[in-house]
Design a protein. Structure first.
Lengths: 219, 221
């Protein structure tokens, strides 16, 4: 049975998963959840995702949620496409450096990029009042954190080493919304961050889903 | 082979998380205290190792690693007999789901409230904010309702055996209880008996009890 991805087409976390499915050329059916109508908070939905969030997958009866966990599962289950290196290293030290990079994404990027995007993009979309102070302090901290990125990316091509990994791709959904939120940090902080960010933006897998996740039956 | 060196703070929150896991895995380690009070973690030499100027990091016979969950995962992978990271593919996926739940649904509110409550309890001279504590505890209460649903069906977050995903809830899972009492706190409410059961198990583990007064060099178990 083909893998089913349940989510919202433009949701950041849904597109994070879709990107990796396309990277690994995994056929999948996209099933749209009516978030506007609160479908993700229904009793039926909560059976599959107890936090009432999108996305989740149903892989032939195996249910999994949390976008980063889903991405890791895909990389673990399927072989990397011919001519590419796996998006998660398997040797113990390479894997440790990947975990370090994955933790950086979650500890040093997301806590600041997400509130900035929430205030200026998500709330605007829903005609809710935005909190400029939250946006300003989030961007200020993100600016400082990106100094760490600039240092790392001056010594190696990607966050975990010289090969791209999930840790780099995890940044795409929120990093690409920062400009819409009003911040050009990703292309002005420093030459190394700019180089890395622009490369990520050019990935065919991201471009295939950046405007909305959808089904892929073949590649 | 040199003993693993844990560079951090005796009482520091994230240093304690790593020490707990090192203890779980019975790994000898030396605590090397970083002079955070005097800004040692922001020096150019330190930033070469940890570019975000944070503690802790480890030096495992020359292999340097930072980010506590990455450190814990690395050590758990070196000692797979303890099963703290399942290897069977579906069990591993459910572990990753649980580890991500800790990151996305627990840590953001628990660390914000927990850090401030810990600062108050330790009497450190840093500002704290009642509203930040209250707002984050409120968010956490709702998240823990979902934990209750999960833990009513299985013993631990990833299944029937304990994994790193459960242990990652320390130490902030303890610090958030400083806002309550031993018999009634956000982690220990009559309305969430399974969360309370799971929480009490976590804080009874020898690995947590070993460093209640702070992390210390541990050469034997």
């Amino acid at each position: 049975m083909v893998l089913k991805l349940y989510g919202m087409p433009v949701s950041t976390c849904t597109r994070r998963v879709a990107t990796v499915l396309v990277e690994y050329k995994v056929p999948f059916e996209f099933v749209s959840i009516d978030v506007a109508k609160g479908e993700h908070k229904s009793a039926a939905y909560l059976q599959n995702q107890p936090f009432g969030q999108v996305p989740y997958i149903d892989d032939d009866g195996f249910i999994l949620f949390e976008s980063r966990a889903i991405c890791r599962y895909i990389v673990d289950k399927y072989p990397a496409p011919a001519g590419t290196t796996p998006l998660v290293p398997s040797d113990i030290k390479g894997k440790a450096l990947f975990e370090q990079a994955a933790s950086i994404e979650y500890s040093d990027f997301e806590p600041y990029a997400y509130p900035a995007v929430r205030e200026k993009v998500f709330k605007a979309m829903r005609n809710l009042p935005t909190d400029q102070a939250v946006y300003d302090s989030s961007i200020e901290t993100l600016d400082a954190k990106l100094a760490g990125y600039e240092a790392i990316l001056g010594k190696q091509k990607y966050l975990a080493g010289n090969e791209i990994t999930l840790a780099d791709l995890f940044h795409l959904p929120y990093a690409t919304l920062l400009a819409k939120a009003g911040s050009d940090l990703m292309t002005t902080k420093g030459p190394n961050v700019t180089r890395w960010y622009n490369e990520l933006c050019e990935r065919p897998s991201w471009n295939a889903v950046k405007d909305g996740a959808k089904s892929f039956s073949s590649y | 082979m040199a003993i693993l060196k844990l560079h951090g703070g005796k009482q520091a929150t994230c240093t304690r998380r790593v020490a707990t896991v090192l203890h779980e895995l019975q790994v000898p380690f030396e605590l090397i205290e970083v002079d955070v009070a005097n800004g040692a973690h922001k020096s150019p030499e330190y930033l070469k190792i940890q570019p975000f100027g944070q503690i802790p990091y480890i030096d495992d016979d020359g292999f340097l690693l930072y980010e506590t969950r990455a450190i814990c995962r690395y050590i758990a992978a070196k000692y797979p007999k303890y099963g703290l990271i399942p290897t069977e593919p579906k069990a591993n996926a459910l572990f990753e789901q649980a580890a991500s739940v800790e990151l996305t649904n627990f840590d953001p509110s628990a660390s914000k409230a927990g850090l401030q409550l810990w600062i108050r309890k330790m009497g450190y001279p840093f500002p704290t904010d009642d509203k930040i504590i209250a707002d984050n505890l409120e968010t956490l209460e709702k998240k823990l309702d979902a934990y209750e649903a999960i833990l009513s069906k299985q013993r631990y977050l990833a299944g029937e055996t304990i994994t790193l995903a459960d242990i990652f809830h320390l130490p902030y899972g303890v610090f958030v209880t400083y806002a309550g009492s031993e018999s009634d706190s956000v982690m220990n409410r009559a309305s969430r008996p399974n969360v309370a059961r799971w929480y009490k198990e976590l804080i009874s583990r020898p690995s947590w009890l070993a460093y209640l007064d702070g992390v210390t060099t541990t050469t034997a178990y």
